[in-house]
Design a protein around this ligand. Structure first.
Ligand code: ZN
Length: 208
């Protein structure tokens, strides 16, 4: 398995910082575990082979990785799910069996991820708002060649977005509350800590 991973003979499950293990690249599990949906959707911390936390996924996806032999449970949450042949302890923390290089900038550039990075906060006036009341602002306007990139897109309320228009922030006498950056491992770990607030078993991996 490890060798195949190294020389890339088969597609690997995507375990990036995006919190997404794409089922589409994984063959279906041999015996899909059946259980209550709430259990299957509970969050599971994903560790690299080196025990570095890299991701949060759902129990269902964690079980797929375990059944595939890609990951093993490091912590379980004292309940079981049953496949056709055996009972499996529900994982709370899993660890990849072979090391995965995680590129610094592996999160997909998307509206959802920009809002997540900016904590649903307008980067001009600082208002924290529901996603429906936020838009994405191109710091350097598209009309002036501004690109859609992590460094040029920020969450903005509609008021600030309209006020800024096709101008640079300083031209509109506005300023960014902070410089937009790609989703970093640091940001990602803060988010994992937030998501794992109630998960006692995660603490030793996330707080050190
Ligand atoms: Zn605003």
């Amino acid at each position: 398995m490890e060798n195949r991973h190294k020389i890339g003979l088969r597609p690997r499950p995507s375990i990036g910082l995006g919190g997404v293990v794409h089922d589409s690249v994984l063959p279906k599990p041999v015996a899909p575990p059946a259980s209550r949906p709430s259990v299957m959707q509970a969050p599971v911390l994903v560790l690299n082979a080196t025990f570095e936390p890299i991701n949060v996924t759902a129990v269902r996806r964690a079980l797929v990785l375990m059944l595939k032999g890609v990951a093993q449970a490091e912590e379980t949450n004292h309940s079981e799910v049953h496949s056709t042949s055996k009972a499996i302890q529900v994982p709370s923390v899993i660890r990849l069996l072979s090391y995965r290089h995680i590129p610094q900038q592996s999160r997909a550039l998307s509206r959802k991820n920009i809002l997540l990075r900016d904590r649903n906060t307008c980067q001009f006036c600082g208002a924290a708002l529901p996603a429906s009341e936020l838009t994405l602002d191109h710091v350097m306007p598209r009309s002036r060649g501004g690109r859609s990139s992590w460094e040029n897109l920020v969450a903005s309320c509609y008021t600030c977005n309209n006020r800024k228009g096709d101008r640079l922030p300083h031209e509109a006498h506005m300023h960014l509350t902070r410089q937009p950056r790609p989703f970093s491992l640091h940001t990602s770990r803060q988010l994992m800590r937030l998501m794992g607030r109630g998960e006692e078993a995660w603490r030793k991996y996330l707080f050190f």
